[in-house]
Design a binder for this molecule. Structure first.
Ligand SMILES: CC(=O)N[C@H]1[C@@H](OP(=O)(O)OP(=O)(O)OC[C@H]2O[C@@H](n3ccc(=O)[nH]c3=O)[C@H](O)[C@@H]2O)O[C@H](CO)[C@@H](O)[C@@H]1O
Ligand SMILES: C=C(OP(=O)(O)O)C(=O)O
Length: 430
């Protein structure tokens, strides 16, 4: 199995191009199930999750053409991909595929809206909590669907004549359930109002794409989204927004290793809260024409407390990376995780490098240490994996990260991007 080898100690200097967002690309790809025309997506990142979702969509009848050609492009940064689903050939999303990735469960919304039925396996995804699907069930029930659990699958059936617009207030903010309800409501009869909707930039990106396809949606980016159902959607061309989590990850890597890096093709507005925490930690962060410049030249890392929250709060997907940074701060910091109950798997791995972290419920207390020392560590989930890479950049000697298939789910050409900025990071195949 491949591993990543990092030799710490080098500053990062140069330019890092930011890819299209995984968490925007996945729901956008799924939206192609809503139309028989072609949906063209630009800036799609080349990631394991994207490849897997292509297979899942192919199962339902989506024809996938990369850059206009039918073969896949094996290298190159983010790509333009055409998705065409003339007819849905299968409304079942099987366990073998859906269990590998949480977002694949989201096909339930478009399948139900377009075909009136769906049989979708209960999902998998990163092991960061129990991750139930009750909000999806309740939301789709509010639109008139019958939802039954049978043998690990959800059987969803729309009423005769299709889903019916309704008001549904989420008892808890959910990104995935907001995506699904919004997609399902585009083809429902009448108006749907989603209360306590997620406000993440990826929700706005999906809404913009659906609007370009002919959907009538207002309020995306606020906590109330209104969707007036239409009878059909058409094709569209849409550019996937920059990956704010990748942006924040590299910003934290620079703050950790020191140096001066410009993150290109991204936008400070996507991650205000996280960047503010980085400034408080001692990094200089400023917007450029087309991205963000992050510097830390000398000066130590200050301890900063953070609490994760739905957007616009501090993202849970940057919690592990920020914790890696705090392991080298000059004092004591606290990080509270409020979204997922089991998202501290990186703590024991960071400890192998010499970090001093103790857990009390959902809060981690991090006592900064003068130096970290390289060691073999194990990636446990996507963002936890990259936190180990960040720690490795500042650790003395060699850090070997195993189980890096997690990293390949969400970071396009990680070694390449870091190496170009002076880091010693390489993939080793055993
Ligand atoms: C592919 C993708 O975009 N993944 C992101 C998405 O995941 P995902 O959409 O799965 O996360 P949610 O926003 O749904 O989860 C938020 C919280 O709601 C809970 N919940 C969710 C649905 C439900 O039916 N019942 C329920 O209780 C979850 O267990 C969690 O505690 O948003 C998360 C929160 O920003 C991110 O960490 C993930 O990277
Ligand atoms: C948790 C994540 O992904 P998923 O929801 O697909 O497990 C993530 O992107 O950090």
């Amino acid at each position: 199995m491949d591993r990543i080898r990092i030799v710490g100690g080098n500053e990062l200097n140069g330019i890092i191009p930011i890819s299209g967002a995984k968490n925007a690309a996945l729901p956008l790809m799924i939206a192609s199930l809503l139309t028989s025309d072609t949906l063209t997506l630009e800036n799609v990142p080349h990631l394991a999750d994207v490849e897997l979702l292509m297979r899942i969509l192919g199962n339902h009848g989506v024809d996938v053409a990369v850059n206009g050609r039918r073969e896949r492009q094996e290298d190159g940064y983010s790509r333009t991909i055409h998705f065409t689903c003339r007819t849905i050939v299968d409304t079942t999303a099987p366990y073998e595929l859906v269990a590998k990735m949480r977002a694949s469960f989201w096909v339930i919304g478009p399948l139900l809206a377009r075909e009136g039925q769906a049989r979708v396996s209960l999902p998998g995804g990163c092991a960061i909590g129990t991750r139930p699907v009750d909000l999806f069930i309740e939301g789709l029930q509010a639109l008139g669907a019958t939802m039954e659990i049978d043998g690990g699958y959800i059987n969803a059936t729309a009423p005769k004549g299709g889903l019916i617009g309704a008001r549904y207030d989420f008892p808890k903010v959910s990104v995935g359930a907001t995506h699904v309800l919004m997609m399902a409501a585009t083809l429902a009869r009448g108006t749907t109002v989603i209360g306590n909707a997620a406000r993440e930039p990826e929700i706005v990106d999906l809404a913009n794409c659906l609007i370009a396809m002919g959907a009538k949606i207002s309020g995306a980016g606020t906590s109330t989204i209104t969707i007036e159902g239409v009878t059909s959607l058409s094709g569209a061309r849409h550019r996937v927004l920059p990956d704010r989590i990748e942006t924040g990850t590299y910003a934290m890597a620079v703050a950790m290793a020191g140096g001066d890096v410009t993150l290109e093709n991204t936008d400070v507005a996507l991650l205000d809260t996280a960047l503010e925490s980085l400034r408080r930690a001692g990094a200089t962060v400023s917007p450029t024409n087309n991205g963000i410049r992050v510097m830390r030249n000398g000066g130590g890392i200050q301890p900063v407390d953070v609490v994760t929250d739905p957007f616009p709060g501090f993202p849970t997907d940057l919690q592990a990376q920020f914790m890696a940074l705090m392991t080298r701060s000059s004092g004591v910091s606290h990080i509270t995780e409020t979204i997922f109950e089991n998202r501290f798997m990186h703590v024991q791995e960071l400890a192998r490098l010499g970090a001093k972290i103790s857990l009390s419920g959902q809060t981690a207390r991090i006592e900064g240490v003068e130096k970290l020392k390289g060691a073999p560590v194990m990636a446990t989930d996507l963002r936890a994996s990259v936190s180990l890479v960040i720690a490795g950049l500042a650790a003395e000697g060699e850090t070997l990260v195993s189980r890096i298939y997690h990293l390949d789910r969400g970071f396009e050409r990680l070694e390449d991007k870091l190496t170009r900025c002076g880091a010693v990071v390489e993939r080793i195949s055993d």
